[in-house]
Design a protein. Structure first.
Length: 434
């Protein structure tokens, strides 16, 4: 979809397709807004696995249907009541959990009831070990990315709390800052503490109000009541994924490996089928949750900020190219012990990124929006197509935004994030060495 290169003064040429005037700029792809000539000259998206293609098509179909429903109603999407798919998903989830519970109960009966009866207690212990191995582990914050708590960034957490109150939920216990062009929310630990992931690649190219909209979207997922994120269904999906990984065949190096792989083949296929079934049953609810989270983004940060925040999702390739190119070009400075040299590298990476992305003109965003509609761009296989999300937001009644992040507040938060940003700079330089 094109990347940002050298700055050049725009010129004008004639479109070979329709004869309309076409702006020419060395930084961007030349295209015609009148007839779409050269709007998408890039190579087609790479072929993906059949499962990924199926999930993307399913997400696109549900996303299109929901977008049409939202536009017809003229209202923001509301929480959907339990439908047949939701009930079936809940039933499949209970089935998955009942298998785990049944194995645990059987192990207990073999150990307690079969005590002193030959090999039964030993079999029970073996089964108990298998159950322990099959249980999904509680999530935890990553070890190799900066993790911020309330004492580390009080201004950031205060902003998150304000946005959470607007969308009807509570804040988070921790914020993980990484280099990704993404953001998300999750839970970790046995106490199910909330964590937010903020990718600096995305955060740094957003305006302060777009950041509020981003927080509103992510925190909105906690307020949605999405069946896919519920304790029962989400736990079942994690359990099935863990089982599938556990049952992965071993490389055949002998007769024993062949026997084990033969034994796990059928259970692995059953687990895979259950995962696909549960994934499909919850897909429409997941799509609705994304549209509702976008409505939360508009309520928190304003409709205008939410719309332009979605536009920023289309320039991820340019962001990643800048970080990769800049970190590679400046990696020689990594060995410098001078504070001034390290700060210069950091400024070039992050402030240079913000300036470069901020100079992208509206015509380039429009081109990318059209490419997005053609290719069905989405954040991942579970999200509605980005152009449909933007269209629904733009068509809704404009909202002014209930949380304001002014320049002073944005600067205070940037100061709190500075140590994390320095660590990310070191990570980028290290990863792009050699």
């Amino acid at each position: 979809m094109g990347t940002v290169d050298e700055v050049d003064a725009p010129q004008v040429r004639q479109c070979p397709g329709c004869g309309a005037a076409v702006a020419v700029n060395a930084r961007f792809i030349s295209w015609c807004a009148a007839c779409d000539w050269n709007v998408d000259p890039g190579a087609p998206d790479p072929e993906r696995g059949r499962l990924a293609v199926f999930r993307r098509r399913l997400a696109g179909r549900h996303g299109q249907q929901l977008a049409e429903e939202i536009e017809r109603s003229g209202k923001e999407p509301g929480r959907a009541g339990p439908d047949r798919s939701t009930v079936l998903a809940f039933g499949v989830s209970l089935l998955v959990h009942s298998v785990t519970g049944g194995l645990l109960l059987t192990a207990g009966l073999l150990i307690i009831g079969g005590w002193g009866i030959g090999f039964l207690p030993v079999l029970g212990v073996v089964l108990l070990v298998i159950v322990a191995a099959l249980l999904p582990r509680p999530g935890r914050p990553p070890r190799h990315a900066p993790v911020l708590y309330r004492a580390d960034a009080p201004q950031l957490f205060e902003l998150i709390d304000e946005v959470a109150a607007v969308v009807g939920t509570t804040g988070v216990h921790a914020v993980v800052v990484d280099t990704a062009f993404n953001a998300g929310v999750s839970a970790y630990g046995v106490r199910n503490r909330r964590v937010m992931y903020l990718g600096a690649g995305l955060w740094e190219v957003l305006t302060p109000q777009e950041r509020v909209a981003l927080l509103g979207h992510e925190l909105g997922h906690f307020a949605n009541g999405d069946v896919r994120s519920s304790f029962v269904t989400h736990g079942a999906l994690r359990t099935l994924a863990h089982w599938y990984s556990f049952l992965t065949p071993n490389p055949v190096e002998g007769f024993l490996d062949l026997c084990v792989n033969t034994l796990v083949f059928l259970p692995r296929q059953v687990v895979h089928g259950l995962f696909l079934l549960l994934d499909g049953l919850t897909m429409r609810a997941s799509q609705r949750a994304e549209y509702l989270a976008d409505a939360h983004a508009a309520r928190a940060g304003s409709t205008a900020a939410a719309v332009t925040m979605l536009d920023r999702l289309l320039i991820g390739d340019a962001v990643e190219a800048h970080l990769r190119r800049t970190s590679t070009a400046t990696r020689a400075g990594r060995g410098s012990h001078g504070q001034e040299a390290r700060e210069a590298v950091e400024r070039e990476l992050w402030e240079g990124l913000a300036a470069r992305i901020g100079s992208i003109p509206e015509t380039e965003y429009e081109r990318r929006r059209r490419v997005s509609a053609r290719r069905g761009h989405s954040v991942d296989d579970t999200h509605p197509p980005t152009h449909l999300r933007r269209r629904c937001l733009a068509a809704a009644e404009p909202q002014p935004g209930q949380v304001v992040c002014d320049t002073s507040r944005a600067q205070s938060i940037a100061t709190e994030l500075a140590p994390a940003r320095a660590r990310l700079t070191h990570t980028l330089l290290r990863d792009n060495t050699g």
